[in-house]
Write a protein that binds this ligand. Sequence first.
Ligand SMILES: Cc1cc2nc3c(=O)[nH]c(=O)nc-3n(C[C@H](O)[C@H](O)[C@H](O)COP(=O)(O)OP(=O)(O)OC[C@H]3O[C@@H](n4cnc5c(N)ncnc54)[C@H](O)[C@@H]3O)c2cc1C
Length: 445
Amino acid sequence: MNRRKFLKQSSLVTTGLAVSPTLFAQFNGYDPDLPKSDFSGKVLIIGAGAAGLYAGYTLQRGGYDFEILEASDRIGGRMGKHEGFADHTIDLGAQWLHGKRSIAADLARKNGFKFKKDKSDMYFLFHGNLTDQTPSDVTSIFRDSFAKDISFADYAKKQGYGDDYQYIVQATAGSYGADADKISVKWTSIEEDEWSSGNTDYKFRESYWDVINKGIAQPIGDKIRLNTAVDSIDYSGEKIQVEDTSGKTYTADKVIITVPITILQSAEIAFNPVLPEQKVAAFKKIGMGPGMKVFLKFSEHFYRGNTIGGKVCAAYADDKEGKDGTDNVLLAFAMGDQAKSLSKLGSDEAIAKALLAELDEIYDGRASASFLDKLVIDYTNMPFIKGAYSYSAIGIGNARSVAAKDIDQKLYFAGEAMNVRGHHQTVHGALETGFDKVVKILEGN
Ligand SMILES: Cc1cc2nc3c(=O)[nH]c(=O)nc-3n(C[C@H](O)[C@H](O)[C@H](O)COP(=O)(O)OP(=O)(O)OC[C@H]3O[C@@H](n4cnc5c(N)ncnc54)[C@H](O)[C@@H]3O)c2cc1C
């Protein structure tokens, strides 16, 4: 969801103002200078999402030896696009460019991709009616670094926002990929204070994936092995041995692991020696819950901007906003338990039916009457993703730093969940970690 929209309304938003000039030099722009290095070994990168691709692209730029092993049959991970459902391109995963001071924004500019400010309005479902006034501004209360470590749900209740506000609070939590009763106000705020990319959401006329694909994936296409799921990493010797599920082994001097945090949490990759207990515990403290995007196509544009506060799905967005084309597509952005419940319905038809029933209630039956088609993308059921994106769960503390720590100058942990600059959950955050780990390797750290 376009979460900066929620934050923008907060009087406490300070992100983007306190930017360190050094960080800016390093991360505001793709292709920053690489350190001089005498590194001459081979790097294996596990995962071909944004982080893995940018790590590979950066190594290629410096003339270093690397290979990317990707478990699925496609590159992109939580990014992708779909043509043909509507007369505009559908972004399967990441869609919004969050702020324009980032590697991703710079990459887009340099490759001629246009992005536009998301101007859609927010309408809130409150006591059965749609209103464009945030009811008592409940969405903007969750910036409090000094709060106790309690959830959005409990924090809202303590501030006097009762059950009436439950699904509006859920939409706010959902924009962070979380359930309102699992995400921490305190840690989310502390991590948000690090955010430095800007507070406006933008959309690409084409797709976000095109930007990454053209800019960094295509130039390294011949270095990526698809259908190669890594299941063990032995870093006990001088060289690291990586094995895939077919038993094939690969040898490297350094390994950058970019798989989603869910894959590390479920210990699908065996490490020898086993990872330190503290690190394994840190993986488990990072939140990542179910997530689903459902695109609904209609013959009529009966809905208003973004519709917030549904019981079946807390956030619907006008997918046409920022795109060329005339087709009416509404995106249902379901996170946490709402995504889980929809997923349990067992078929795309049943999922669409549940959403249409909710929309019919809000819009007097006009949803079913003008419904044309659906496209369901359930990230939870994807075997190598297993969820939406990482969030700051209650009790997370410094878990991201511990999880992201390199081991023995051999194993380097990247990917959105490992971003300790406040840019986790995002594409540009994932890109930063890919770059960051390559620099560490080249600097001999
Ligand atoms: C529904 C949804 C909407 C989003 N919207 C936005 C948005 O609007 N804006 C934004 O900035 N971000 C958004 N995000 C987040 C963004 O997509 C991610 O933060 C980013 O793409 C993550 O990149 P990554 O490289 O860290 O991980 P991934 O893209 O998940 O890549 C990891 C790769 O590792 C592979 N892998 C897993 N296990 C193995 C294994 N054993 N061996 C080999 N490979 C393996 C996976 O197949 C995958 O390709 C969204 C995400 C979702 C799910």
